[in-house]
Design a protein around this ligand. Structure first.
Ligand code: AMP
Length: 429
């Protein structure tokens, strides 16, 4: 039967089981970001549409095809944020963060929206965590952010992570490289896929990471960015690789890695795993995080020129992988006691008693709408508590309560004022 209402295509609820994974990932990111003195920041889910068309680039797939926009009653165009860096840079400029000690280190985590064709690991609403470092040009910072992301995956116990890196140059050398690339691609345009044919003029670099076999063949012989970097960009990239070597990080140079957003300059990187496809031995590559330098973005969005580097991790995909590999989510504290009650006086006193258990940090469960003891004890059994507290009318009047050990059915009456301590002692055993 079709339900009257379902979550929108490509968007999903996060239910109890998945929430433990979200919490685990966010806790690991928070701890590691905290060690490196990143400060958390959150920006609105909606931004002016132009922030993204300007920041990410008009000819990118994200802006051309995937952005959700809406028109406000006042006639302004807003967009559901498709990525986190442009909003962070907007906030950096808006709040005068240039006056903070450098580098400014910010981290964030939340939902993003892209109108993509939904498939496994690709959603229209998805969650990302991100780390941004603003105000430093040194390639040591690029290496630091790669190291931080690597530590996040390590702490999540995700093994066999691959790191791909490349440099795509900057305004000093990329225009020349682009010309070379376009002239090469034009000479082979007849053999490119329909999508890439269109990109020759609009976004030629993206053709390098097209997954179509015929395009891959063409890009394998295309001029490579790293062969056409100016001396400053080459030096920056060489140093970055030396830092990675020093850190013994398992990276590969991928001359075809360009990333999907126009704001990147110089260093780009991606973290991925290779997993067996379901019911087949074929391997598929899953991108888990990606980032790079964006030295021109602050200026492009109206701030003072500020070099910066960042990374975003795909939380939904990390969760899918953790489940696939049977990695454990964060454990939620389970209720330790069930508060059963009979009658109005007992209900009133249970409400007060609940507050005592909360203060003592002992998780409990109650079903105040029920009046039958057997129904309540049944629920207690289902949720698997060790003890139930039975508050009958007689006990409520006498200011006492019965502790029932669920496994044995053994019962003991204690003074109401002592019950929290009694339970504390019992659950410690
Ligand atoms: P990007 O912002 O495109 O660089 O993406 C960074 C990471 O976010 C990717 O490596 C993916 O893990 C994740 N990601 C990007 N797009 C989606 C999507 N539509 N659904 C789920 N995860 C995504």
């Amino acid at each position: 039967m079709r339900l009257k209402f379902q979550s929108p295509t490509g968007m999903h609820d996060i239910l109890e089981d998945d929430y433990g994974y979200y919490e685990k990932i966010n806790t690991v990111v928070e701890n590691i970001a905290g060690s490196y003195s990143f400060k958390r920041i959150e920006t609105p889910i909606l931004e002016q549409r132009e922030l993204f068309s300007k920041g990410i680039g008009l000819s990118t797939d994200i802006v051309k095809k995937e952005i959700f926009t809406l028109r406000t009653k006042g006639g302004n165009y807003l967009a559901l944020r498709p990525e986190g860096t442009a909003p962070i840079v907007r906030a950096y400029i808006e709040h005068g963060m240039k006056n903070l000690p450098k580098p400014v280190k910010l981290w964030h985590s939340g939902p993003y929206f892209r109108h993509e064709k939904p498939q496994s690991g690709r959603f229209r609403q998805f969650w990302q965590f991100g780390l941004e470092i603003l105000g430093e040009e040194s390639s040591a910072i690029d290496a630091e952010i790669v190291q931080i992301a690597y530590s996040i995956f390590k702490d999540l116990k995700i093994k066999n992570i691959g790191i791909e890196v490349n440099s795509i140059g900057a305004s000093c050398c990329r225009p020349y490289y682009k010309k070379l690339l376009v002239s090469y691609l034009r000479s082979r345009a007849g053999n490119l896929c329909v999508n890439c044919k269109r990109k020759v003029k609009e976004n030629p670099l993206r053709i390098l990471d097209c997954k179509q076999e015929k395009c891959q063949k063409i890009s394998s012989e295309a001029p490579q960015t790293i062969d056409h970097l100016c001396s400053d960009c080459r030096k920056h990239f060489k140093e970055f690789l030396e830092f990675l070597d020093e850190l013994e990080l398992p990276y590969n140079l991928n001359p075809h890695l360009v990333r999907g957003l126009d704001y990147y300059t110089r260093t780009v990187f991606e973290f991925f795993v290779q997993e067996k496809k379901k019911d087949s031995s074929e391997l598929t590559t899953i991108a888990l995080a990606g980032g790079g330098r964006y030295d021109d973005l602050v200026k492009l969005l109206g701030g003072k020129p500020t070099p910066a580097v960042g990374i975003a991790g795909g939380i939904d995909r990390i969760i899918l992988l953790m489940k696939e590999r049977a990695l454990k989510p964060a454990q939620k504290p389970k209720p330790k006691v069930f508060l059963a009650q009979l009658g109005n006086l007992a209900k009133r006193k249970t409400l007060k008693l609940a507050e005592e258990f909360r203060k003592a940090k002992i998780p409990f469960y109650s079903s105040l709408g029920r009046d039958s003891l057997s129904v309540q004890l049944n629920i207690a059994n289902k949720i698997g508590v060790q003890y139930s507290l039975i508050f009958g009318q007689k006990e409520a009047l006498a200011n006492s309560i019965i502790i029932r050990e669920m496994k044995t059915g053994k019962q003991q009456e204690v003074d109401l004022v002592k019950v929290v301590n009694e339970i504390k002692k019992k659950i410690k055993k």
